[in-house]
Structure formats: C-alpha cells, structure tokens
Design a protein around this ligand. Structure first.
Ligand code: PXP
Length: 277
C-alpha cells in the first residue's frame, strides 16, 4: 500500500477583474473591487490578482493603489511587459507581477507569453521588477521551450496557461482533455526541475479544477471569471469556499496516490464542462 504523503500547500489567488468589469458597465463606484478583495480574503483567498490592462477596461490605476494600500494578503499584479506598466509596478511594488501578453482586440488573455522571441524586453522588465524586490511570474503555455526560456530570463515563477485544457473540457472532448492534462503535468514537472515555482490558471471552473489541483508541483491557482460569475448565484464567499474545498479534496487525493497513479491519470469525466445548474 502506498504511504500517505503530506500534500504541499495549494494557494488560491482570486482574480477580481470582473467585479471592475461590472462596475465600469455603469461608470460608477459599485461594485467595488476592493470590497470584493476583502470578501475574497475573508472567504479563504490566499492572495488577490488584478490585471491592469493597457486600455483600462476593468481594473483602474486607482484600484491598484487602493488594493496595494489596504490588502492584508499578497497582491499579484498582472500586466503586459511595457514601459508604462513597469513604471506603475515600480511605484506600487506589489508582491508579485505576472507578465502576460496583451492585445487590445482580445476578450481575455489568449495564449501564453512569447518568452522565446520576446527575450530582450522581457529580460529588462523581469530584471527591473526583481531588483525592486517584486517576484516575477511569466504566464506561459505548458511547453518545454517556454519553460527553459522563462528560467533563462530569471523569472521566479511560471504560471501555466490552462485555457486550452478548459476549452477542450467545455467542448466535451475527452481525448483532447487527456492530452492537455498530460501536457500540463509534464510542464509542471519540468518547470519545478528548472527551479521555478509553478502556478496555473485561466478558465478554471468547479469541473476542471481538480485535474490541475492534483499536480503536486503546482502551488498556486489563479481563478477569476468563473468565481465572480458563480457569485451571482451563490454569493462570492460561497463560490470561493466551494472552489477551495474542491482544490483541497483533489490535493489530498493526490497525496495518497503518490507512488501509485500519477497526476496524468487524473482525467476529468467526458461530460465535464461548466457547472450545470
Ligand atoms: N491567470 C492569468 C495570467 C490571467 O490572465 C487570467 C485572466 O485574467 C487568469 C489567471 C484568470 O482566468 P479566469 O478569469 O478565466 O479564471
């Protein structure tokens, strides 16, 4: 019988961008992303993530200043690797910056950073942030080349893009899901072996979180859109608490299975998709 192993802690970073999306739809002050951040922390979030986009479509500069001033948990600032964003990050000094690719016409962050070709600029931004004591994360595809490049750039962390996995799950493509879960698991192992802290996120839901939460190298998940959407029906505290419960259960199962099945065996059922209510 395999021995139970104490699982590594798996943190939840709650992305509050879409609270700001709703606020901005009316141009007023409600709902307030800072209030959502406090509620998320009260419900068990280990940190708060906010993406200051070049077009300021959701989170604003003022939101970042307020979050940094008032949050009691680490702030992870998502941003493009531009001079403007670098200056903002250096002004506020969040705990971590997650560098993401950004195109104005996209609805959300599509695809990981081109760490292989984006070399010089990324190296400068990574270096400046790290000099200021900010931990640097690079949002990348679960791909060995990208991992090597991220390590070469001196990043502390890679966040593995789970968007493709979640899209395949939504499409009920069991074969595609199995392949993508394997790709993520291999990438998590390679990233840890390269000395990087491993995070993951994008598109995760109640139905897709377990397969990622089981991967023992991953220590943080960043989840936003689904949690804020679920909050419409159940409240923010309840949606976060349920996500945390699923993460914890998946993690505990993974620990007991070490030495037996691998995380790559953990393929969600074919009929996985969004929460059906
Ligand atoms: N991680 C990164 C780097 C992202 O860009 C996003 C989306 O802003 C997320 C995680 C969260 O994705 P979602 O809102 O789909 O949960």
């Amino acid at each position: 019988m395999s021995k139970a192993v104490e699982p590594r802690e798996l943190r939840l970073g709650v992305n509050i961008d879409h609270v700001a999306t709703i606020r901005n739809a009316r141009g007023g002050l409600h709902p307030d992303p800072l209030r959502a951040a406090h509620a998320s922390v009260a419900a068990g979030a280990d940190g708060i993530t906010a993406h200051l986009r070049e077009d300021r479509r959701h989170i604003s500069d003022t939101d970042i200043a307020r979050l940094k001033r008032e949050l009691t948990r680490p702030l992870n600032l998502e941003m493009a690797a531009t001079q403007e964003m670098l200056e903002i990050a250096l002004r506020h000094v969040p705990n971590a910056c997650c560098l993401v690719p950004e195109r104005r016409e996209e609805r959300t962050t599509e695809g990981g950073l081109d760490v292989v070709r984006g070399g010089k600029l990324l190296a400068r931004v990574v270096g400046s942030l790290r000099e200021a004591g900010i931990r640097v994360s690079l949002f990348i595809e679960p791909d060995e080349k990208a991992i090597k490049a991220a390590a070469g750039l001196g990043a502390d962390i890679v966040e593995l893009h789970t968007g493709r996995y979640c899209e395949l799950a939504l499409a009920d493509d069991a074969t595609g899901v199995a392949g993508e879960v394997q790709r993520l698991a291999r990438a998590a192992t390679a990233a840890e072996a390269a000395g990087l802290e491993v995070h993951a996120g994008h598109g995760l839901t109640y139905n897709t979180v377990a397969a990622v939460a089981r991967m023992p190298e991953i220590v943080e998940l960043n989840i936003g859109h689904f949690l804020i959407g679920e909050a419409i029906f159940t409240g923010l505290g309840a949606s976060i608490a349920h996500m945390r419960k699923l993460m914890g259960e998946a993690r505990a199962g993974q620990a007991q299975r070490q030495g037996g099945r691998k995380a790559t065996d953990a393929v969600p059922k074919p009929r996985s998709g969004p929460a059906k209510r």
